[in-house]
Design a binder for this molecule. Sequence first.
Ligand SMILES: C[S@@+](CC[C@H](N)C(=O)[O-])C[C@H]1O[C@@H](n2cnc3c(N)ncnc32)[C@H](O)[C@@H]1O
Length: 246
Amino acid sequence: MSFKKNLSYKAFSKSKFKSIKHSTYFEVYDELFSKYRNKKITFVEIGILGGGSLFMWRNFFGTKARIIGIDLNPSAKKWAKYGFEIFIGDQSDINFWKKFKKKVGKIDIILDDGGHRYIDQITSIECILDNVKHNGLIVVEDTHTSYMDGFGDKKYSLINYIKDNIDKINHKSHKLKNRISKENIWSIKVYESIVAIFVKSKEKQTKSSPITNNGIDDNAKDFRVEKIKNDKSFRKILDKIKNYFK
Ligand SMILES: C[S@@+](CC[C@H](N)C(=O)[O-])C[C@H]1O[C@@H](n2cnc3c(N)ncnc32)[C@H](O)[C@@H]1O
C-alpha cells in the first residue's frame, strides 16, 4: 500500500507548517496510533523543530487530544499560541523529566523524534516509563542512529538497550530463575527505524505459570529431545543456523 493512503500521511500533508518524516513511518503510525483517534488522550512528541508535526498530530488525533511538544530550542515556545502545550528542556536531563511528569501527569503516547543520541533516547524511556498509562506506548523514531557514528558509544546504543529489554521480557517466565524483569514493559515491536514499546502496569499483567485445561490425558510422549540426533544432517542444519548469526 502506498503511504499516501495512510491517515497519518493525510494529516501530515494537511499541516500548515514544515515537518520531516520518513515515508515508511506513516504505515507504522496508522498501525500504532489509529485506535487513539478522536479520544481524550495525552500525546507527547519530543523534538518539534518547525512545528509542523504538532499540527499533523492535531489533524490525526482530533480536537479532544492534549498535544504536548518538548524541545531544547526555546523558540519552540511560540507553538503554544496554537493550543499546544510546550516544554523547553533537554530530554537527556533527569531533572527535566521530574518537573515534566509533575506538571503533565500520566500520558498515553510519547513519540521521540528529538536528538536521536542514545543518551537522549534511553534517558527519556527510563524517565517516562512509570508515567505512561496502562496500555500506553513509547515510540522511538530514527533508530537507525544506533548503527551510525556520532550518536554515542555504540555499545550503549538504543538498539542494544532494546535487545537487553527483550531478554528482560523473556526473563519474566517462571522457567527462568534469574528474574531481571522490567516490569512495565509488556512487549516491544521493531520496525525499520522505529521501535514501539507497549506498556502495561505490573499489577495488570498475568503472572507466568503452567496451567492445564483438565482435559483427558492420553499420556502422549513428548518427542522434543529424542528427535535431536548428532548425525550429518543435524550438523548441516546447525551450520545453517550458525550462518544466520553472521
Ligand atoms: C528531527 S527534529 C524534529 C522534527 C519534528 N518532529 C518533525 O516531525 O518535523 C529534532 C528536534 O529535536 C530537538 N532536540 C535535539 N536534541 C534535543 C534534546 N536533547 N532535548 C530536546 N529536544 C532536542 C531539536 O531542537 C529539533 O527541533
